[in-house]
Design a binder for this molecule. Structure first.
Ligand code: ZN
Length: 244
C-alpha cells in the first residue's frame, strides 16, 4: 500500500482541534504525517500539542511562533503587549528540552520529492506571506520540488504553476498533474482564518497524487475556556468561533 500523508500546520496550541484532527486522520487511513510548523502560540495548550506532535515522530518545520517562543534573540519589547504576554506564558509552560526542540526545527525539509516550509521557499527564515499569484510566482522560483506544502496565512488554497502561468485554485479534492508545480497551503488546525471555524488539514495520497482538504468539527468552547483561564486577550477566544 502506498503512503497517505496528513499535512498538519498552524496547530497553535489548540489540543482540542488537534485531537479531533488526529482522530479523523486515523479514520481516513493516514499512514504518515508532515507538519508545516507553528505548533504553539495563540491558544493555551502548548505542552499537550508539543507532546502530540513529537509522538507523531514526523518531519516538522519551524514556524514564526515556534521561533518567537524558543529564540532568546527575540525581543518581547518588539511585540504588542498582548502578544508578548502570550509568548511569555507559553515559554513558562514548556520544559527546557521542549524549547530546544522548537529552536532546533529546520526551516525547510524535503520528503519524497515534497518540500515542507512554514511560509515560502524564498528566504523561509523571514516568514513572508503569500496572498496573491505574484507572491506565489516569486516562491515558485525558489521551489525545487513539484509539490510544496506550507501554512502561515491560515487560509487553505492551492497555487499551480504551469506553462500558462500561476493559477490560484480554491481548496478542493484534485489530482496533481505531472509537469506542473504546486504550492499548497494546508490551512490551520488550531486557528482557521478563512471564515470556517472547523479545524483544517490536508491529505495527500502519493500513489493517486490526489490532495483532499478536510474540515473537522471540534470542541471550540473547551479551547476558549482554556484561553480565558490563561488570561489571554478575549479576541483570541472569540476568533475561534468565527474562524477569523
Ligand atoms: Zn500561524
Amino acid at each position: 500500500m502506498g503512503k497517505v500523508f496528513a499535512v498538519l500546520g498552524d496547530i497553535h496550541a489548540n489540543i482540542e482541534a488537534l485531537g479531533a484532527v488526529l482522530e479523523d486522520c486515523r479514520a481516513q487511513g493516514v499512514t504518515d504525517y508532515l507538519c508545516t510548523g507553528d505548533v504553539i502560540g495563540y491558544n493555551a495548550s502548548p505542552k499537550e500539542c508539543m507532546d502530540a506532535v513529537k509522538a507523531l515522530a514526523c518531519p516538522v518545520v519551524k514556524g514564526n511562533h515556534d521561533h518567537y517562543v524558543s529564540s532568546l534573540s527575540v525581543n518581547l519589547n518588539d511585540f504588542q503587549p498582548h502578544a508578548a504576554a502570550v509568548i511569555r506564558w507559553t515559554r513558562e509552560q514548556l520544559a527546557t528540552e521542549d524549547l530546544q526542540w522548537l529552536a532546533d526545527l529546520p526551516y525547510v525539509v524535503t520528503v519524497m520529492g515534497m518540500t515542507l516550509v512554514h511560509s515560502t521557499n524564498d528566504k523561509p527564515e523571514t516568514f513572508g506571506y503569500v496572498f496573491d499569484n505574484l507572491q506565489a510566482d516569486a516562491n515558485f522560483v525558489h521551489q525545487k520540488t513539484p509539490i510544496c506544502f506550507h501554512g502561515h496565512t491560515h487560509c487553505p488554497m492551492i497555487y499551480e504553476k504551469s506553462m500558462n502561468g500561476v493559477w490560484r485554485i480554491d481548496p478542493q479534492e484534485m489530482r496533481l498533474q505531472p509537469g506542473r508545480k504546486y504550492f499548497i497551503n494546508v490551512g490551520s488546525v488550531g486557528q482557521p482564518r478563512d471564515g470556517d471555524p472547523r479545524a483544517a488539514y490536508m491529505i495527500y495520497d502519493v500513489a493517486s497524487r490526489v490532495v483532499k482538504f478536510r474540515r473537522i468539527e471540534y470542541d471550540i468552547a473547551a479551547a476558549q475556556a482554556k484561553i480565558r483561564a490563561a488570561g489571554f486577550p478575549e479576541r483570541l477566544a472569540e476568533r475561534l468561533q468565527f474562524g477569523q
